[in-house]
Write a protein that binds this ligand. Structure first.
Ligand SMILES: Nc1ncnc2c1ncn2[C@@H]1O[C@H](COP(=O)(O)OP(=O)(O)OP(=O)(O)O)[C@@H](O)[C@H]1O
Length: 322
């Protein structure tokens, strides 16, 4: 088990991580989400051993991990870390890059392992190419194969799919996280992209200004976000007066755009200002009084068109039950 206890870190006098606590079991998948600059990368670098914590301790399976002040070569053998840059070796082929840290003692086994990993990341056809002949997304996939080569027990990935196009990304995500589960590899993925978090994580940490502001299973974070900041990480969200839905109620409620339904009987009247095509539906920006809101519709809606909206059944019960 990974145990991170009261971890804090500062770049010179700028404190970037504040009292971070979490645990992670072998094979578990943890995602760390939060706005740019919230401290996700710094957390990964500190856990990996590139940065020396100001306070706190990190244990893996009961063994205390020492930071760079105590290790000549930063990083532990059983942890692999994929940073946002890929650091592939230019003179080596893709296959040589992936196999660089594999033993040459059993050459056939080594070649099999390289082939298996290149297949996993969809790069088999590029085995003999050199990194400078690859696109950014292809380099990112090779880098992923390389960090998996020596079967780490704990894998730390910083924005692992950021350069990979949508065609490849969904399949790669599914294959990679299935592989990690099968192999019992624990992973921490720092990401902006909610799909990394929603579909594949056992737990999610939400970071803001170097602190964990919320944690839990992604479905709970999505359905019962404690703050607009948390809900906003999953896409557009409205913060609306409760009195719109229940007379005399004070306070605000978070409502996702798909939870506001166009309905002739709806008593919220919205004037559409923009309608954006998003494949499965349209995302509409509209005014209700002086407030801007977002709602979804199956069809595009002309500007300045008035639409009656109602709240999807059950939303208030879900959001307000604490
Ligand atoms: N080498 C550094 N020296 C000083 N400050 C730094 C350094 N690296 C990061 N920071 C600061 O630390 C804070 C956290 O940065 P970090 O890169 O961990 O955030 P992040 O959540 O990973 O952001 P992003 O999503 O943009 O990658 C930011 O305010 C950043 O400006």
């Amino acid at each position: 088990m990974l145990l991170v206890k009261n971890l804090s870190f500062a770049y010179k006098e700028k404190k970037v991580l504040h009292n971070i606590n979490f645990t992670l079991e072998p094979g578990e998948q943890l995602s760390v989400i939060g706005e740019s600059g919230s401290g996700k990368s710094t957390l990964l670098k500190t856990v990996y051993g590139l940065l020396q914590p100001a306070t706190g301790t990190i244990f893996w399976k009961g063994k205390k991990l020492l930071g760079p002040d105590y290790n000549l070569v930063p990083g532990e053998d059983f942890i692999k870390y994929q940073a946002q840059d890929y650091d592939l070796m230019a003179p080596l082929t893709v296959a040589e890059n992936v196999g660089k840290f594999l033993s040459n003692f059993y050459p056939r086994k080594k070649q099999q392992r390289i082939a298996e990993l290149l297949e996993l990341v969809g790069m088999s056809d590029f085995a003999q190419r050199r990194p400078d002949e690859l696109s950014g997304g292809q380099q990112q996939r090779v880098a992923l194969a390389r960090v998996l080569a020596r079967e780490p027990e704990l894998l730390l990935l910083d924005e692992p799919f950021s350069n990979i196009d949508n065609f490849k990304k969904s399949a790669l995500r599914r294959e990679l996280f299935k592989y990690l589960k099968q192999q019992g590899i624990a992973s921490i993925v720092a990401t902006h992209e909610n799909a990394d978090s929603l579909s594949f994580s056992d737990h999610t940490l939400v970071m803001k200004n170097g602190k964990i502001v919320h944690r839990g299973h992604p479905s709970i974070l999505y359905q019962k976000p404690k703050t607009k900041y948390v809900a906003r990480l999953f896409g557009e969200v409205n913060q609306l007066p409760l009195s719109w839905f229940e007379e005399d109620k004070k306070g605000l409620v978070l409502v996702y755009p798909h939870e506001l339904i166009p309905d002739a009987d709806g008593h919220i009247i919205a004037i559409v200002s923009d309608s954006y095509f998003e494949g499965h539906s349209y995302l509409n920006k509209a005014r209700v009084g002086r407030r801007n809101i977002f709602f979804r519709s199956e069809k595009g809606i002309p500007n300045e068109f008035a639409v009656n909206l109602r709240l999807k059944n059950g939303v208030l019960e879900t959001r307000l039950n604490e």
